[in-house]
Design a protein. Structure first.
Length: 142
């Protein structure tokens, strides 16, 4: 099973982030521009939270708040769950399932190496399975 390092090598390690003092509207705008579902929230270059579309839907829309007036700090998820670069895709998927989350920072100590989504992990698993199938087909054919 591939590691988070291999997933990042395949998808890229670009992490889009924003300050907790930015408005939710600014965060949503960045998410729309980059076609992503979550932003890592950094303060003094350290991760302090994550803001996802789910945070927006549940803490702005359903509460009748304004995204233009609300700071990200007040809606972000502050309990960060993360994985190490050496962790397996299987471990990351189990963690996402248990915690009911869709995005995981990949951390090496205090350094952010990337951010993976459930879609990235599913793709990595499918790629691995396809590779295994091809190897088995070659073995059978020889």
């Amino acid at each position: 099973m591939p590691s988070m390092l291999q997933v990042l090598a395949s998808k890229g390690s670009q992490v889009w982030s924003i300050s907790p003092d930015a408005t939710v509207f600014a965060g949503l705008t960045l998410m729309a521009e980059k076609n992503i579902g979550a932003l890592l929230i950094l303060e003094n270059d350290r991760p302090v939270g994550i803001m996802s579309e789910r945070d927006y839907a549940r803490k702005i829309i359903l509460d009748g708040r304004s995204s233009r007036d609300t700071k990200i700090r007040s809606i972000m998820t502050t309990r960060l769950v993360w994985v190490a670069p050496t962790d397996s895709v299987e471990h990351a998927m189990a963690l996402m399932t248990r915690e009911r989350i869709r995005h995981l920072p990949v951390m090496d100590g205090d350094a952010v190496m990337g951010l993976v989504s459930i879609g990235d992990l599913v793709k990595a698993m499918i790629d691995q399975q396809q590779f295994t199938i091809e190897q088995l087909e070659r073995y059978i054919a020889t």
